[in-house]
Design a protein around this ligand. Structure first.
Ligand SMILES: [Zn+2]
Length: 121
């Protein structure tokens, strides 16, 4: 298994109505780590092109997150942002998102199948 770690920063603003600490419009300097995995390398001998991962994240940089389509139906919390970022890159299995220097949220993609026995009648 190969793994690539892509690290970057995003500057973005958000507003979380009803939240004591994030209820007003304010910004964060997010530190983002995206962990990508592949059992086999692509035809260029890579897990993923890191530049293309960074390119996908530009849609969030210097933006008001509440205005983006991803956050029309859900609050732009760090938890939701971490999941949305993970879902943008098919090889990503985990995203760590530092919202402040003391608060880090991580999202791990569910990859295991689950089987449940049918109920007994
Ligand atoms: Zn905030």
């Amino acid at each position: 298994m190969y793994e690539v770690r892509v690290e970057t920063h995003l500057e973005a603003a958000h507003q979380l109505p009803g939240c004591d600490c994030c209820g007003g419009i304010h910004g964060h300097s997010y530190k983002v780590t995206i962990l990508c995995r592949a059992r086999h390398l692509n035809d260029r001998g890579m897990v993923v092109d890191g530049d293309k991962v960074l390119e996908k994240l530009k849609r969030f940089d210097h933006k008001f997150l509440n205005d983006l389509p991803e956050f029309k139906e859900q609050m732009p919390t760090a938890e939701n942002l971490a999941r949305v970022i993970c879902e943008l890159e098919p090889t990503a299995w985990k995203v760590e998102l530092w919202e402040t220097n003391w608060l880090c949220i991580s999202y791990t993609r569910e990859t295991e199948a689950e089987y449940r026995h049918p109920p007994k009648i």
